[in-house]
Design a protein around this ligand. Structure first.
Ligand SMILES: [Zn+2]
Length: 92
């Protein structure tokens, strides 16, 4: 964990660090869930995998709040793209 916050364990978005239990490793390309399946389970096995693979740079530390906000933004983004498509090609 400390590796991703330049020695300090904190959220990359808001700097939250008071409760390490509320921090998690986030895959920057939203591929976290798929990847967790590939390496077999989340939580500790993710950290072990990261250490084993010398901390790939596409991961970051986020607090659960920011992680959730990011997920919501991602969904909103997909929805916006969909809405734009429907406006272009109206269904009637
Ligand atoms: Zn945060």
């Amino acid at each position: 964990m400390a590796h991703y916050s330049s020695g300090k364990i904190e959220c990359a978005e808001c700097g939250f660090w008071e409760n390490p239990d509320a921090l998690c490793i986030d895959h920057m390309n939203n591929g976290g869930t798929k990847h967790r399946k590939e390496i077999g389970g989340g939580g500790l096995s993710t950290y072990r995998w990261l250490i084993k693979n010398n901390f790939p740079p596409e991961y970051q530390v986020l607090c659960l709040n920011c992680n959730w906000t990011k997920e919501m933004n991602h969904r909103q983004h997909i929805k916006t793209i969909r809405d734009a498509k429907y406006q272009k090609y109206p269904i009637c």
